[in-house]
Write a protein that binds this ligand. Structure first.
Ligand SMILES: [Zn+2]
Ligand SMILES: [Zn+2]
Length: 153
């Protein structure tokens, strides 16, 4: 029996939710996990009920799309909205978090970040993670894990 690892299960889920992204600049997903259970997921997209980049175009200021809330923030805010504790949880992300998300991750009490791809890894984000003892680990999405999904058919 081919059993998917926890890392690949959560990382595959993170890539799956990234496909819900509404900003064409970058397709990002995030999954918050506690005790091997998914407590929240997020993708980069507009504020609920507002126009989407895919429909109206990105709203770019200084090279950044300001229309979207980042995947990590959406996952953290989902926990805030429904009263789910994020302390001592872990987060899986498709891309290394930006500086703003890095700060929010630390402040939410998340203790470990698993990322599939390096993405403009900001030196200050790396420094802040180290200072806060938040561990980061590169976990690329394994194509073999996706084959297992295909083999179910
Ligand atoms: Zn956009
Ligand atoms: Zn971010």
């Amino acid at each position: 029996m081919n059993r998917i690892s926890w890392h690949q299960y959560f990382m595959a889920q993170t890539h799956l939710i990234a496909l819900r992204s509404t900003c064409e600049r970058l397709t990002v997903g995030a999954t918050i996990v506690r005790d091997k259970r998914i407590i929240a997921g997020g993708y980069n997209g507009s504020v609920s009920g507002s126009a989407h980049c895919v429909d109206e175009g990105c709203y770019v200021i200084d090279g950044h799309c300001v229309r979207t809330i980042h995947a990590e923030m959406n996952a953290i805010l989902q926990c805030a909205k429904f009263g789910v504790a994020t302390d001592n949880s872990e987060i899986y992300v498709t891309h290394f978090p930006c500086l703003q998300c890095c700060k929010s991750i630390i402040q939410a009490g998340i203790v470990k970040v698993y990322y599939a791809k390096d993405y403009k890894n900001h030196p200050y984000a790396i420094e802040l993670f180290e200072e806060a003892s938040v561990k980061t680990e590169h976990v690329p999405l394994d194509a073999a894990a996706l084959d297992l999904v295909r083999n179910l058919e």
